[in-house]
Design a protein. Structure first.
Length: 207
């Protein structure tokens, strides 16, 4: 089974209160805007009564800021090149559902935290937005890597305390493909997603 990878990354991204912004910046503002929208959805009392609709709205909001194609290309690495167009499309869909459902299960555990935007680096079509999560027990550095495609800056990786989300996926995916097969990886991802979605449906029935 796919191990749970960097469980706090998406939690921090989605559920941190917007704090200080180091300077006016379009790229940083885009990231902040997504976080603010997510907080609005999570805090909406009416949507709390309809968890399925709430999660759908969250998926739509996050989908506008995540570049799933880039994430898949980088997580599969050399194995991406050997995949057919149909396989790439299928895997991208699975990867998208995996990330969506991974953070969805954490929504109900939302607690107020603060995020400060402390820096930004831009090099051509790539950017890095540096933030710090301020908690009662200290601060955590979280960086967002973005790529500009067709004039829109999209997140393709998260780095928390110098540990990359995509690098972790790449390591695990590569190991499974090497020791088993690409088909085995797809099966494991599918099972993981089905389990997450089954739990989601069970939770909504219990409300």
């Amino acid at each position: 089974m796919i191990r749970k990878i960097l469980p706090g990354i998406l939690f921090f991204f989605l559920f941190s209160l917007a704090g200080e912004v180091f300077a006016e910046s379009g790229i940083t503002s885009d990231v902040k805007q997504t976080i603010d929208k997510v907080l609005e959805i999570v805090s909406d009392p009416e949507l709390k009564k309809d968890p399925i609709l709430r999660r759908e709205k969250l998926r739509q909001t996050i989908g506008l800021r995540f570049n799933y194609k880039q994430m898949v290309m980088r997580s599969l690495a050399k194995n991406y090149k050997s995949r057919t167009d149909k396989e790439r499309e299928e895997f991208t869909g699975l990867f998208k559902r995996l990330l969506e459902n991974s953070y969805a299960s954490k929504i109900e555990n939302y607690q107020d935290e603060k995020i400060n935007y402390v820096g930004e680096q831009v090099k051509g079509n790539y950017a890095l937005v540096k933030t710090q999560i301020v908690r009662n027990d200290g601060t955590i550095d979280v960086d967002y890597k973005l790529i500009n495609e067709e004039g829109k800056w999209m997140v393709y990786d998260f780095v928390i305390e110098e540990v990359s989300l995509i690098r972790n996926y790449r390591s695990q995916f590569s190991k499974i493909i090497k020791t088993e097969s690409y088909g085995a990886l797809v099966s494991k991802l599918s099972k993981k997603i089905n389990d997450l979605e089954a739990n989601q449906n069970k939770d909504s029935e219990n409300l």
